[in-house]
Design a binder for this molecule. Sequence first.
Ligand code: GAL
Length: 762
Amino acid sequence: METNPLLFGRREFLLATAAGGAVQAQTSSVSMRKIYSLNRKWLYGGKVRDVAPGADDSKWERITLPHANVLLPWHSFDEKDFQFVSTYRRHFKAAPEWNGRRVFADFAGAMTASTVSINGHNFEEYRGGYTPFSVELTRHLKPGAGNVLAVQLDSNERADVPPFGGNIDYLTFGGIYRDVRIRVVPTTFIENVYAKPVRPLEPDRELLVRCYLSGPVTQPASIAIELRDGARLVKAANAVVNGPAEFHDVRVTGIGQVELWDLKNPKLYTVIVRLSAPDGSKDEYVTRIGFREAKFTPAGFRLNGAPVKLIGLNRHQTFPYTGGAMPARAQRRDAWILKRELHCNIARTSHYPQSTDFLDACDELGLLVLEEIPGWQHIGDIAWQNIAVRNVGEMIRRDWNHPSIILWGVRINESQDSHDFYTRTNALAHALDDARQTGGIRYIYNSELLEDVFTMNDFGFPLQLPNHPLYLNTEFNGHMFSTKRFDNVTRVAEHVIRHARVHNQLASDDRYAGGIGWCAFDYNTHSNFGSGDHICYHGVSDIFRIPKPAAYFYQSQCDPEEEVVLQAGFFWSSGDKSEAGGVGNVPILSNCDHLKVYLAGTLKAELDPDRKTFPYLKHPPFMVNISGLPLNPWGDLKIDGYLKGKLVKTLTLSGSGKDADLKVLPDDTELMGDGSDATRVVLLVTDEYGNIKPFATGAISLAISGPGEIIGENPFALAGGVGAVWIKAKETAGEIRLTAKHPYLGTRSIAIHVKAAAPEIL
Ligand code: GAL
């Protein structure tokens, strides 16, 4: 849980615009466009419905985005609690230099249907909680102060908006839960840029830059493009464009040598597009790309021509307490966990487009992504389908330059066939982005394949045969074997094995491109799903993102050069079993090649990877028969891991049964004082060697001082020896001190420094 520089920083010099998901360099002096963050100083009226511009909002709560319309316990709440209509208002001042420009409010995401108004003028309701939308304020603005942007937000599960209308086994929550920005652009401006590397593996590689302008160009306008590697100009190109075309293509040729984007070296380049139009408009648009070729073939997935067996997990974007409303740092942390802690090479954004902060981190870390439209089993009427088709366009237009994205999911997850509907979604995806294949996540093996890749949720074992071209398993396990971190040893160990055996089968045949397990993290759900406490315990990690033993299977599949992994796929006990006859065979997850197992100081077993059961895995689990050790005398279990005869790692599990230590572990020790930046603080009760005590309880009382607040329950009652809260920075700099007191393990205290953030201009 070390602090990672990759998780800081990007925000401080880059702003991702909601429209187009482009990346705008704040430092650029030539840019005519201006983007203002509008996350702070919002007023939240809760269920108040009065949005008249002059309405008295002096008593409303001052809040910062991302915002959850209600804070919830981490489980066992009522799913009706966040389903209501709420009202937000933001007063701002229009700057004199906006005269003669066009002004937009860009919403990156508000759940679920937003009626935005500016100074009393209502825009048409935008329906959809996962996709960005913009409204043009220009004509309705007043000069100077006194402008009121208001949102009436319907967070009900509305049957007319995907994914609703049927059942869904996850929660959508409510609130303006992503960023809002004001974008000020010239009359003619760059709406979006699709930058596609052409023949990235060949020496004559090119970059196709498709420029979407705000409207027809009636007189020649010039476009200048720069491909940059940081500050270094790699290649420039210029073009003159004219006419009513929907977009204008400019090719950057003669690029020469580039570093490819791949899993180990996710090299990113910047593309800057500058527009100069005869009406005096000058605009600049900045985006990031990677040179890479990603292709599903009949013999598996290829990245830059090399086979890569895909091994990954599905991710829901929801967090405890706030649902989706978590800032960039938390979104990025999930990508970090998946790539660097669990060593996955792919994630699926089940079941909707997720935060661009998450995708940015995937680009930077080299984590492949399957992104899909909102939906779950249910297909609504034609109006509903039209929204889903629109979602395809919104998702692709927002995210088409992310090199991490290798596949668009353009079918409602696990829906029935719908020929016309899915003909439309596929056609649109291909028309917008011919560089990526489409998938459509299904659970009916013989369903109609209109997509390029056969993406199948297959929960049985053994898996069905890969008798479809381009076969990717997109879900397995999950509800078939829901496992809490505090279940007994046999169940927890079986959970590990079930993930291992599926990946073993997927590795056995090149026609399987790989598999994306269900799922990364436990998640909140409706009362008619999950374990009866509003949680689907389907994660290899819990809802706080703390690994369960199944997570260690994923972790152990990396090369030892990356990390030497040695983890127990069980808890150390003699009698926590499902049946008579002892705990039996349990897995140890490691990429070592040999293990020695000691009980109370005596060597009891020497183990090699179980290649017989898992012949196709790179690093098969080691199986140890606990009941046969024998267990007398009882004591600590020590496992030594060897690589080529050399001892490289030791894991010791205490036999004392004692709760020995309380750990309070912040992911970060520095936050931005912008009122929304937040970091997770993990609470753990461990044995003497630092292993989680899976049945430890205890109410941890938290006290905070300084410019921060606790997002979470206080006191926090540990579940399975663990838990977490998030510490959110206020809008001032200083030192946060968090003190955690356990009933018998004492008190721990941590400090988090809050840096001053630039004030929000508007
Ligand atoms: C699938 C579904 C997922 C989740 C999973 C549980 O059918 O696509 O969203 O419900 O089952 O295993």
